[in-house]
Design a protein around this ligand. Structure first.
Ligand SMILES: Nc1ncnc2c1ncn2[C@@H]1O[C@H](COP(=O)(O)OP(=O)(O)O)[C@@H](O)[C@H]1O
Ligand SMILES: [Mg+2]
Length: 269
């Protein structure tokens, strides 16, 4: 049900007619990143090459501090690689653990702001925001203030706002990590449904193995200190998946073993 792909040859995107697609949603080529630290330059990411195909859902998995957010920020264009190159198909949308909604705006107005920044005319924004709220199953929440919403509802609004950008690529950095397990599970279902409906490309960062396996078509495991692509798994388990599915559990055990090995090799706790 699952197959392992070699670490150094990410699959090339194929169009429906079988020809190679010219534009991956994201292409990371030999990217390294160092930061200046007290003990000189610290190499955080080392020679990472990775493609995200159009419509593909990839999770980037690794121990805390291995450089996942650093890599995602590079793909987002918030920072520049020390060496190597990153290209994306248009400007990506971002979603973080913190919802980063404007508290003085309502849920709907937060979404309308994203629409305005994209140049959507004023007359269309209200309807479009309502549509997006419906997509994340928050119909009727347009006038709600951020403080009136639960953590899960806030992340739904954040998702709607990210979708408002109509980017081809959605970058998510542990967006559900602060939620309780049940809410997270519901939002996994929602994200899978929305991804299948929109055929967006998603690059999703997590340190949670089960979450990675539940969501992704491909799991990319990063090593620590420095972050390198340690191994990749193509996940063939049919969607929608459940967190308690035997196949999800089995692959999670295999990946966890590998992750433990990585952590042991690099002396982290
Ligand atoms: N702006 C920065 N300046 C210096 N060091 C940084 C900076 N950003 C990240 N780091 C370091 O890079 C490493 C990876 O961090 P990060 O990408 O946040 O890891 P992760 O998201 O996998 O937990 C950490 O050791 C962190 O201290
Ligand atoms: Mg991080």
């Amino acid at each position: 049900m699952t197959t392992t792909t070699p670490t150094t040859t990410p699959p090339i995107a194929e169009a429906a007619d079988g020809s190679e697609s010219a534009t991956p949603a994201a292409r990371i080529e030999h990217v390294s990143k160092s930061f200046a630290g007290p003990a000189g330059q610290q190499l955080v990411l080392d020679d990472i090459s990775l493609d995200v195909a159009p419509g593909e859902f990839v999770t980037l998995l690794g121990a805390s501090g291995c450089g996942k957010s650093t890599l995602l920020n590079l793909v987002a264009g918030l920072d520049k690689p020390t060496t190597g190159a990153i290209t994306t198909d248009g400007r990506p949308a971002l979603m973080f653990q913190e919802h980063a909604l404007f508290p003085w705006l309502t849920a709907g107005k937060n979404i309308e702001l994203a629409l305005r920044l994209r140049g959507v005319p004023k007359s269309e924004r209200r309807d479009k925001a309502e549509e997006l709220l419906e997509l994340v199953r928050l119909k009727g929440a347009h006038g709600k203030r951020v403080h009136e919403l639960s953590g899960g509802m806030r992340q739904r609004v954040a998702m709607a706002r990210a979708l408002a950008q109509e980017s081809r690529l959605l970058l998510m950095d542990e967006p559900f990590a602060a939620l309780d397990a049940i809410t997270r599970d519901v939002l996994h279902d929602e994200l899978t449904r929305i991804w299948r409906e929109t055929r967006l490309s998603v690059l999703f960062v997590t340190h949670n193995v089960r979450e990675a396996v539940r969501l992704a078509e491909r799991v990319v495991l990063l090593s620590s200190r420095p972050g390198r692509v340690a191994r990749q798994w193509t996940v063939g388990i049919p969607q929608p998946r459940r967190i308690e599915d035997t196949a999800v559990a089995e692959l999670s055990v295999e990946i966890t073993e590998e992750l433990r090995g990585e952590i042991r090799r690099h002396g982290q706790h």
